[in-house]
Design a protein around this ligand. Sequence first.
Ligand code: NAD
Ligand code: DAU
Length: 349
Amino acid sequence: MHTSALDLGSDMRTTLVTGGCGFIGSNFVRHLLETEPDTRVINFDALTYAGNLANVADLVGNPRYRFIKGDVTDREAVRVALVGVDALVHFAAESHVDRSILDSGPFVRTNVQGTQVLLDAARHVGVSRYVQVSTDEVYGSLGAEGAFTEATPLAPNSPYAASKAAADLLVRSYVHTFGMPALITRCSNNYGPYQFPEKLLPLFISNLLRDEPVPVYGDGLNVRDWIHVLDHCAAVAAVLRKGRPGEVYNIGGRSEWTNIRLTHALLDLLGKPRSLIRYVADRPGHDRRYAIDCAKIETELGWKPTIPFEQGLSDTIAWYKANAPWVEQIRSGAYRDYYARQYGTPGGT
Ligand code: NAD
Ligand code: DAU
């Protein structure tokens, strides 16, 4: 286990964040350290292909921050990491739908078994709060109208979504059976800095910056509800500190876009021609539309999304332009093999 120093001042609370070297987790660790001066953060992450120490390089040397390299399915590593911890936010997961279609094994191991290991360890330590970061994908797919509420029945369609729903049900059972002070968040599609370029937006932005084609699945009319990662982080922090234990909170951006409209917007912002669009075979079982009703968190906790999508999209493009070495470091690694397998064409450098 690799660790770095942590200030052990006694008037501080300690929050353990799993998956803090990934996209949302790294933004969340930074958000907590910036907004809560009395919080120490332990970042527990296995550094899988999606975990990147470069995402948290700016935090090294912060006396309120500590990194532990560990796997959430490793009972002993989790037990040791939780000593002295009073709250836990669980982001660590296998997170990409397409990879879950290629091989669902790691999704069941990390997302289901890992959650069970964390729940048991957190229960034995007696944490005051456990936040399960879930996804709107557990609700399945919508038609042209309506939005997911917290009362929408679970109907996951991909192996990824099924593994997240299974984890949610484990959390629910620990609340019911053991009185565990756990809460669940279900958020829509995030975008922003440090997102791994397998997901739609960073994949398309990084391809277009190199004048490479962008693969649009099916007819391009699937709809996603986009939220900036910093708005998501603020929502999870609100749930962590103010949410009612045992409750589920939906989080969304109130910003629905078809994939093709979004692709056109990216091309226009980057000044690239529409000839770079490639319609490719659809994702098997592709959910048609997601939309989140986030009235509950807005009403109960006073949170709402603040970053307009067009603004966030321009900022995100600027971030990927300014951080070309971060993208290149990923694209030159094992990413190339994944890209070739998923899209049947070479990707990366
Ligand atoms: P990501 O793939 O960018 O990061 C996942 C992180 O978890 C990585 O740092 C990885 O190293 C770590 N990890 C993976 N397996 C691990 C294991 N066995 N033990 C310890 N660490 C492990 O994911 P993300 O997009 O940042 O998503 C974070 C969480 O938010 C996930 O639970 C995901 O389901 C959820 N979520 C994501 C979105 C989205 O749009 N990205 C939306 C809603 C919910
Ligand atoms: O809704 C929340 C979920 O959003 C999270 O739980 C997941 O972790 C996250 O990956 C994301 O899932 P999606 O499957 O919606 O995201 P993705 O970026 O993979 O795809 C977004 C849309 O774009 C989807 O309709 C599929 C489409 N797409 C995606 C890729 C990668 C394409 O058309 N071409 C592509 O190459």
